[in-house]
Write a protein that binds this ligand. Structure first.
Ligand code: SF4
Length: 455
């Protein structure tokens, strides 16, 4: 395998099949490798943005705010203010003389015009450099207005995107801590790590309703200030996107005595197993019986609808490049269940324990990459003759330039991919993309199935 196109030091981040248990990961991106990861601030923003009635002040140059404006297509059942971005628009003068006064003025203006209950203030790169005391400004604003103004310590250079998730979780803990009632009775669940991109949080909440389990709070899909404050009274945290939320779950376990379990609502088997696990963890015999009946009924409904697709998708070769390891694992399982073969698997921020699970799910032909760049993805998709790429907005052009099918499993999609409904949507989209007549109409594909490039 010729890898002369790769930086020598990147080879530790690339493994073949079962060997990916020893892959290098959870590290800063290699200089010069053109990582697909966003910055710390962006990581924090994607976690907090779906809180529908929160105001997000980006303390920095206007570019940081515009880069992350309406960053996730998370849906709301109430407020829409989260879809706006507010910025202190720092310029050269502020960089020289300090931006704290401008931040205070921005909070004052927001209070006067919008009357928010909750503001997050994000420290960006330049704020980290000039050293504005964002915490002090937020403290003063809280005292002055009697609302929550929470700093998010997220200068873009202070780590990688995963560090931003952590900073967002710290901000959420700052919000929740005054509402911990020690000794109070606990019940119901919080749902962590779903961002309601296409209504998935509502699908999961419907399942909980079906089982008779109360949902106290959601992090952060379709969340609101009032609903978040109920979180400390939950008996269990269920964590879907572990990469962004397991840190919060651990802190809630230590500081609020709420245990957590990791779950996945992607794929029929994972969804059914998750519902049964939750029922056992927080329900009684009746809840467990309901979960058994519901999962049986749903599997029986969905399986016959999937059967014709299985026939047509069998042995197709899939490439996966997603943000977190949890999603990659779920996708591998879904492709395996469809009889397809994952030949390239990459994540932006996968962790060692997730790569160990991936190692157990793929065979030795599969290439596994941590923090891959487009050149590596292109190389391995050609080498492994992938038929379809599942990724996000940054990967879409790559797939189309290579003349292969694409499925968006990230921020921009408009149809739900979680739960039983999601399995059908996902399978249908994979099939429709692969079967699209556009690929057979390509006169000169950029690469052919023998792997040779025409570019
Ligand atoms: S925080 Fe820094 S790296 Fe992130 S968008 Fe702003 S300037 Fe760029």
């Amino acid at each position: 395998m010729s890898q002369s196109a790769f930086l020598e030091d990147r080879k530790e981040f690339i493994r073949q099949g079962g060997g990916c248990g020893s892959i290098r990961c959870d590290a800063n991106s290699l200089s010069g490798a053109v990582s697909q990861r966003a910055c710390v601030y962006c990581g924090a923003r994607v976690v907090l943005n779906p809180i529908t009635d929160a105001y997000h002040i980006v303390h920095g140059p206007i570019g940081c705010a515009s880069y992350t404006w309406d960053i996730r297509g998370s849906l709301s059942s109430g407020e829409e203010i989260y879809r706006n971005s507010f910025s202190t628009d720092l310029g050269e003068r502020d960089v020289v003389f300090g931006g704290a006064k401008k931040l205070t003025a921005a909070i004052d203006e927001l209070m006067e015009k919008k009357h928010p209950k909750l503001i997050f203030v994000y420290a960006t790169c330049i704020v980290g450099v000039i050293g504005d005391d964002v915490e002090a400004v937020c403290r003063q604003a809280e005292a002055k207005y009697g609302i929550r103004v929470i700093p998010v310590q997220s200068p873009g250079f202070s780590g990688n995107k995963s560090f931003g998730y952590k900073m967002a979780c710290n901000a959420l803990m700052t919000l929740l801590k005054p509402h911990i009632q020690s000794g109070a009775a606990k019940s119901g669940v919080n749902i962590l790590g779903d961002y309601n991109l296409a209504g998935e949080m509502w699908i999961i909440q419907n399942y909980m309703r079906e089982l008779g389990i109360e949902v106290k709070s959601t992090f952060t899909g379709d969340a609101s200030y009032e609903k978040l404050l109920r979180a400390p009274t939950a008996a269990l945290n269920i964590v879907q996107c572990a990469g962004s939320m397991v840190y919060l779950a651990k802190r809630m376990e230590e500081e609020m005595d709420i245990p957590y379990i990791r779950v996945s609502f992607f794929g029929v088997n994972d969804t059914s197993a998750t519902l049964r696990t939750i029922a056992h963890a927080v329900g009684n015999a009746e809840t467990v019986a309901r979960a058994e009946a519901f999962t049986r009924e749903q599997s029986a409904r969905v399986e016959p609808l999937l059967a014709p697709y299985r026939e047509r998708l069998k042995d197709k070769r899939a490439a996966i490049f997603v943000g977190g390891g949890f999603k990659a694992i779920s996708l591998i399982r879904e492709f395996n269940a469809l009889g397809m073969k994952p030949v390239v698997v990459g994540t932006q921020t996968g962790r060692a324990e997730e790569y160990e699970v991936i190692a157990s799910l793929v065979d030795d032909e599969t290439v596994v990459l941590d923090d891959a760049n487009p050149a590596e993805l292109e190389y391995f998709m050609k080498e492994k003759k992938a038929d379809i790429l599942v990724g996000g907005v940054k990967e879409r052009p790559l797939a189309y330039k290579l003349g292969i099918a694409f499925c968006d499993h990230n921020h921009e999609r408009k149809h739900a991919l979680a739960g039983y409904e999601g399995v059908l949507n996902f399978t249908q989209e994979i099939y429709e993309s692969l079967a699209s007549p556009v690929f057979s109409a390509l006169k000169t594909p950029l690469f052919d199935k023998e792997g040779s490039s025409h570019a």
